[in-house]
Design a protein around this ligand. Structure first.
Ligand code: SF4
Length: 474
């Protein structure tokens, strides 16, 4: 009989969230503008900020200082990530769950939710549909349930990698699922996952207890807080953090995320691979408490502050957000987005243009097709990327950080982004997107100094144009 891991909290677990300390940092009144600007300069020098320093940025409500924060975030984005935006798609595998999180349509007590788990042939059909529009990177999403144990998750990962449709394939499979024990994380790591994402949802204990009923597995704040340490100790060296903005004070959650990132950096000499900052959204059978909902201006401050505070961690903006907001905040430091997303179980082949709320965990803000989002990114001067090179060349965790810190990553990211873009344009793009993409590639090539790296890149681009060869990267 399938079971979930024993949840005994180990002695080594570190409780690095001090609620009173974090609250006190936020009570200290408006910062001195000079100190504020010094910290922006520190962030711009690509040095991570401390929790105390991050609080200084968060306490600045003066519109002039907020605009300076936005500009610093834009500059840092360009210096570390350039104009690349990495694309992925979520794939919900099953929504059975033993937990009862009050903000979630999949919670066990929500009788309105349509329960379902993809069968093997249905998983194949979803991956086929995703490959046929050009996706190369997926995140598989699972409720917390005995049926979704480590072996099941690992089997899904291997199945996804084995599916090859025409010139298509999925080259990186990330996971958003429940905390596992060391053995469980080893099992999924050996299946070849990319990032293991576990969101703490809220770092504020009292609020955590309010939304995650005692006695449910997710009701254990510390077991969850310790989970990514267990993942990294078990070989999953790319991990993803997240908080659900709207449950409590957004400033506190930013300090919680930065505390978590610094804790991992201290303990494993490697910060999180990504940070996500989803905002509460309407959901089937959920009565949202709107007390702490985050407005658009404050949401931009969340992203810009994280960009400056944790310069080397990828920031993920999801399709929870509306297209216009996504377009607006992209420049503040977002490095990854999902596109062409459907989160109904079976949603990539079974539902039309309208969302089916009783089959979704929450309502999406952006369900535009991938090709439309790609064209908008190209028009806005970005290079859409499906790159997976670092992950497949072992440039992950601490090794990724080594590359990122000296800034060498640009030497690899831009060429690899352009070859994955070329694949998309030749194999999947509409004519309008093809035209915009060819112009983007010309512009990007013009920025690269002549030399061996450039001529080799042009050779790879021509090979993709003139042959069936794919997956060319450095
Ligand atoms: S948020 Fe996750 S753990 Fe909580 S009820 Fe929803 S699916 Fe289950």
């Amino acid at each position: 009989m399938k079971t979930l891991p024993n949840m005994t909290l180990r002695d080594e677990a570190v409780d690095f969230i001090d609620d009173a300390f974090l609250e006190s940092l936020l009570q200290a009144g408006p910062p001195d503008p000079g100190e504020f600007r010094e910290l922006l300069a520190k962030g711009l020098s690509k040095e991570a900020l401390s929790v105390k320093e991050t609080a200084v940025l968060l306490r600045a409500d003066d519109p002039e200082l907020v605009e300076e924060l936005f500009q610093a975030a834009r500059d840092l984005k360009n210096r570390v990530y350039g104009n690349r935006i990495v694309l992925f798609a979520p794939l919900y595998i099953g929504n059975d769950c033993v937990n009862d999180c009050l903000y979630c349509a999949f919670r066990v007590s929500n009788s309105e939710a349509v329960r379902r788990t993809l069968r093997d042939e249905e998983l194949y059909q979803q991956v086929e549909a995703l490959q046929n529009v050009g996706h190369k990177r997926l995140i598989l999403v699972f409720g917390e349930h005995p049926n979704y144990d480590a072996e099941f998750i690992a089997r899904c990962v291997r199945s996804v990698y084995d599916i090859k449709i025409g010139r298509g394939e999925i080259r990186r499979v990330n996971i958003n699922a429940a905390p596992l024990d060391h053995e469980g994380f080893r099992v999924v790591h050996e299946a070849g996952i990319g990032t293991y994402q576990i969101f703490q949802e809220t770092y504020h204990r009292e609020t955590y207890a309010k939304y995650h009923p005692r006695g449910t597995r997710k009701g254990d704040f510390l077991y969850r807080l310790d989970s990514l340490d267990r993942a990294m100790e078990s070989g999953c060296d790319d991990v993803g953090l997240g908080a659900l903005f709207g449950l409590y004070d957004w400033r506190f959650e930013v300090l919680g995320l930065v505390s978590h990132a610094l804790h991992l950096q201290d303990r494993f000499r490697c910060g999180p691979h990504t940070i996500s900052f989803p905002r509460l959204r309407p959901a089937c059978g959920v009565n949202l408490d709107e007390t702490h909902l985050v407005n658009d201006l404050d949401f931009k401050r969340v992203i810009a502050t994280l960009r400056v505070a944790v310069p080397y961690t990828g920031l993920i903006l999801t399709a929870r957000e509306e297209p216009s907001l996504r377009r607006d905040v992209m420049a503040f430091g977002v490095s990854q987005i999902d596109a062409g997303s459907r989160i109904e179980i079976g949603g990539y082949t079974e539902v039309g243009d309208a969302q089916v709320m009783d089959r979704e965990q929450f309502q999406l803000g952006d369900i535009r097709p991938l090709d439309v989002v790609v064209r908008e990114l190209l028009t806005d001067g970005y290079v859409p990327s499906w790159c997976t090179a670092c992950y497949r060349l072992g440039r992950t965790g601490e090794h990724f950080m080594e590359f990122a810190i000296p800034g060498f990553i640009k030497r690899y990211c831009t060429p690899n982004a352009l070859t994955t873009l070329k694949e998309y344009l030749v194999d999947y793009a509409s004519n309008e997107t093809r035209a915009a993409g060819d112009a983007r590639i010309r512009d990007e090539l013009a920025k690269i100094p002549d030399g061996e790296m450039k001529s080799k890149l042009i050779e790879r681009l021509n090979t993709i144009e003139q042959s069936d060869r794919r997956d060319l990267y450095v």
